[in-house]
Design a protein. Sequence first.
Length: 493
Amino acid sequence: MISMRINANGKKGTISRYLYGQFTEHLGRCVYEGLWVGEDSPIPNTEGIRDDVLEALRKLRIPVLRWPGGCFADEYHWMDGIGPASERPRMINNHWGGVEENNHFGTHEFLRLCELLGAEPYISGNVGSGTVREMQMWVEYITFDGESPMANLRRRNGRQEPWRLPFFGVGNENWGCGGHMRPEYYADLYRHYQTYVRHYGGNKVYKIACGANSDDYRWTEVLMREAGRFMDGLSLHYYTLPTGNWHGVKGSATEFGAKEWFQTLKHTLRMEELIVRHSEIMDRYDPEGRVGLIIDEWGAWYDVEPGTNPGFLYQQNTLRDALIAGINLNLFHNYSRRVKMANIAQMVNVLQAMVLTEGKKMLLTPTYHVFDMYKVHQDAELLEVAFESPAYTMDGVSIPQLSVSASVDAQGVIHLSLCNLHHAEGAALSCELDGSGARSVSGKVLTHAALNAHNTFEKPDEVAPADFRGAAFADGKIRIELPPASVVVLALA
Ligand code: AHR
C-alpha cells in the first residue's frame, strides 16, 4: 500500500491556465482541412472554420493558441495572408512537404479562430527570414487603434477595432530551422527585434524569446545573461520519441509492446530534468522568477502513419499518449513557479493531436480526453503531495511508477491527478487529506486492456473516459485502486 498525504493548507502558487495551451502550424492537415475548410466547403463551418472541430475544442477551454509555426513562422510573411483571399499569393511550404500554401488562412482568420475558441492568441514572428520592420508592422496592424498606415490597412480589410495580442514570440527554433544561429547572435537579434514589438494603447505584449532545444543549457545561459531583462518568457522545446533517435526510426505510434511503452514513458519523464536544469540557470539571473519558462512545443513524435506524406507528421494517438500527456501536465503543475505556459504540438492532425479528421469525419484522441479531464486544474492552487512512488522496472532500468499532482479550485474542491505508468500492475494507495473537510470522492479514469488502444473513424470511442469506481473514503482516508496503464482524475469535495 502506497501512503500519500495531501496538505490542503500547503498552497504552492497558481497553476497557470496557460499550461493548457495549444499549437497550430501551417503543417500537413493541421490548419488546412483540420481547422480551415473555407466558407464554400460542404463541411459545416463558421466563416470557413469547421464546426465539428470547433465544438470539440471549445470544451477544452483552450487558454492560448500559438500560430503560425514552428519552422513555418520563420518563413512566413504575414502580408501574404491579408486582403481578398483570391489575391493572396500562392507559394511553397518549404518545410512541410513542399506543398502549396495559398495563404487563405492568415491573420484575420487566425484571430477569428481564437475568438471562436475563447483562446488568447500567441503569434510567432519571423526572425529567420523577416525584417524588423515587418515584425513591427504586424504588431501595429493587429493592435494599433489610432491613425496609422497599418491600422488603416486593417480597417480597409474589414476590421475596425484592434485585436488584443497578449503573447508574441520573437522567432522560433533559431538554433535550427529558424536560422541556425549561435546563441550570442540570436541574443543580439532578440534584443533588436523585440524593441519594435510595441505595446500600443492598452495592449501589453508578453515577449517570448526563442529558447533551447531540449538540453542545450548553454543556450539558456547566454540568452538569460545577454537578453534576460528584455524578455518576459523564454521557450523550451522537448519532444518524446520512443527510440530517442531523431535521425533514424522514431518508433510507430500504434505498433509497440511493453518495452517500447516503458522506453517512451522514460523519455517523457526526462522533461523533469530539463525543467529543473533550465530553471536553475534562470534562477541565477532572475531569482524572483519574473521570466517564464514557456514550453511551447512538447508531445510525442512518432514515425508518420504508413502511406501518409512524411512531411505532414500525421500520427495516431493511443493510451500511451494519454500517459504522456498526463505525466507532462503533472510536471508542469508541479513546476508552475517557473513554467508559465505550455503548448502541446499540435492541435489537429499533426503529432500529438487533440482531434484527427478525415474528410468530414472527426475523432477525439486519448490526449483530448486527458486535457478534458485535467482542465479542472486551470488557475487552481497547486497543493503539496507527499508520497514515495514505487519503482517501475524493466530490464534493470527503473522509473517511478506514479506521476501525481493536486490542486484546489476557487470552490474549495481538491483535484488529484494520478498516472499509473506500469503497463501490467495496478497500484493501491491510501491518501490522507490534511486541512480539508472533504468527505466525498468522485472521478474519471482513462484506461484500456490494450496498451496501443486508439480511436479510429470506425470505432471513435474505443478509448474514452469512464466513471472511476476505484476510490472511496474509509476511516478518514481515501483508498485508491489504480488500474495498470491508467490516468485518473479525482474530485474531493
Ligand atoms: O512541431 C513541428 C516542428 O517541430 C515545429 O515546426 C518546429 O518548431 C519543431 O522542430
